[in-house]
Design a protein around this ligand. Structure first.
Ligand code: NAD
Length: 348
C-alpha cells in the first residue's frame, strides 16, 4: 500500500541519518534559518516507524520557528528525533554516531535536551561538536524555573486583560500537572495570593501541593472543568478540544504545556466562548529564551535571560490587543506576528 509522506515543502532542510552498525536512526528537521541558526532539542522516542518520527519532527521544528520568532530571538527553528527507547538505555555508540551527524550540521542547527535526552547526553554530544546547548559547560542550567517564571508573568498579563485585575490575590487558578514547571508555577501563584486547585496523575504531588499551598485537590478528569478563573495546563498537549472546551469554567487559559490545542480550530472554539487563550509557544518560551542565552556573544548571563523572559507579557499584550481589534484568535495573531518577523528579516 502506497502511503504519502508528510509534507515538508516548507522546511529548508530535512536530513535523515542512519548508522545501522551503531544503532542510529535519526532525523534532523531544519524548518527555518532566516532569523538565525535553527535551535531545537533532540527527542529520543520509540516511534512506531519512520513516518511517525518524520511527522513529529516536522511539526515540532515548525513550532520552534514560531517560538523563536515571537520571542524576538535571533534564531530559526529546528528539531531532531532519534528513534530509540531512552528507557532501555542509550548506547554510547549510538550517541557518538548522532554527534557525528550533528557536527555536519554545525552551521545551521543547534540542539538541546528534550524528552529522552538528558543533561549527561548533551554534555557527551558537546565533546563531539559545539552545536549543543543546555550543557553543563553552557551554564544555563535547568530551564523549568525560567519557563515557570515566564508562564507566571504571562498568566498575570492574561488576567489583567480578560478580568481587569492587576494582581492575583484571590484569583482561582486550576493547575493541571505538578511537574517541574507546574510546581514552580504554583509556588509563584501561591506567593501572589492565588487560590489553587491542582491535579496530577501522581497523587503524592497533589498531596504535597495541598500541604504546601493549601491547594484544593481535583481528579485528573475533573481539572479542566474545575471552578476557576484561570486554567493552567502544565502536563500534556492536546487538552483543549471539541470535547473539553464546552465544559471549561475558566475565562483564561494560560499554562506551560506545549501544543495545548488538539486542533488549530480549537482556538476559535475558545474565543467563541469568551475564553482568553495565551498561545502556548508564547507563554512557555522561557526555557528556550534561557537556553538561547548560551549562544549570545558574551556567553550565558542569567540576568539578561530573565530580562528577556520579562518581555513575555508585552508580547502577549500585543497579541491580545490585536486579537480584540481584528476578531482573529490569539493563536492566529501569534502565528501572524511570527510570520511578519520572518518575512521582514527575509526582505531585509
Ligand atoms: P514534567 O514531566 O516535569 O511534569 C509533567 C507533570 O504532569 C508530571 O508531574 C506528570 O505526572 C503530570 N501529568 C502527566 N499526565 C497527566 C495527566 N493526564 N493529568 C494530570 N497530570 C499529568 O514536565 P515539565 O517539564 O513540568 O513540563 C510540563 C509541560 O510544559 C510539558 O507539556 C512541556 O512540554 C512543557 N514545557 C516545559 C518546559 C520546561 O522548561 N520544562 C518548557 C516549555 C514547555
Amino acid at each position: 500500500e502506497a502511503r504519502a509522506l508528510p509534507d515538508f515543502a516548507d522546511h529548508e532542510r530535512v536530513v535523515a541519518g542512519r548508522d545501522s552498525a551503531r544503532g542510529l536512526t535519526a532525523i534532523v528537521a531544519i524548518h527555518s534559518t532566516v532569523l538565525g541558526p535553527a535551535l531545537g532539542g533532540t527527542r529520543v522516542w520509540p516511534y512506531a516507524g519512520f513516518d511517525e518520527a518524520l511527522t513529529d519532527v516536522l511539526r515540532l521544528s515548525h513550532g520552534m520557528t514560531n517560538k523563536a520568532a515571537i520571542s524576538g530571538l535571533p534564531l530559526g527553528g529546528g528539531k531532531a528525533v532519534i528513534i530509540a527507547d531512552a528507557r532501555a538505555g542509550k548506547p554510547r555508540a549510538m550517541l557518538e554516531a548522532y554527534g557525528e551527524m550533528l557536527a555536519t550540521l554545525r552551521d545551521v542547527y543547534v540542539t538541546a535536551e528534550d524528552v529522552g535526552m538528558s543533561l549527561a547526553d548533551a554534555d557527551f554530544l558537546h565533546t563531539l561538536t559545539p552545536n549543543v546547548t543546555g550543557t553543563t559547560a553552557g551554564g544555563s542550567g535547568n530551564p523549568s524555573p525560567v519557563t515557570a517564571e515566564g508562564t507566571f508573568l504571562g498568566l498575570r498579563a492574561a488576567v489583567r486583560h480578560r478580568l481587569g485585575r492587576e494582581d492575583l490575590a484571590g484569583i482561582r487558578v486550576a493547575v493541571q500537572g505538578l511537574g517541574a514547571v507546574g510546581w514552580a508555577l504554583c509556588e509563584r501563584l501561591h506567593a501572589a495570593g492565588a487560590a489553587l486547585t491542582v491535579t496530577d496523575i501522581d497523587s503524592t504531588r497533589v498531596e504535597a501541593a495541598a500541604t504546601e499551598f493549601g491547594a484544593r485537590k481535583a481528579g485528573p478528569d475533573a481539572i479542566l472543568a474545575a471552578e476557576a478563573d484561570v486554567l493552567a495546563p502544565c502536563a500534556l498537549g492536546g487538552v483543549l478540544s471539541e470535547r473539553t472546551i464546552p465544559a471549561l469554567e475558566a475565562k483564561v487559559v494560560a499554562g506551560s504545556a506545549n501544543n495545548q490545542l488538539a486542533r488549530p480550530e480549537d482556538a476559535r472554539r475558545l474565543a467563541d466562548r469568551g475564553i482568553l487563550y495565551a498561545p502556548d509557544y508564547v507563554i512557555n518560551a522561557g526555557g528556550l529564551i534561557n537556553v538561547a542565552a548560551e549562544l549570545s556573544p558574551g556567553g550565558y548571563d542569567r540576568d539578561a535571560a530573565m530580562a528577556k523572559v520579562a518581555t513575555i507579557p508585552d508580547t502577549l499584550d500585543e497579541i491580545f490587543r490585536r486579537a480584540a481589534e481584528t476578531g482573529a484568535t490569539t493563536a492566529e495573531i501569534a502565528d501572524a506576528i511570527a510570520a511578519e518577523r520572518i518575512a521582514a528579516a527575509r526582505s531585509a
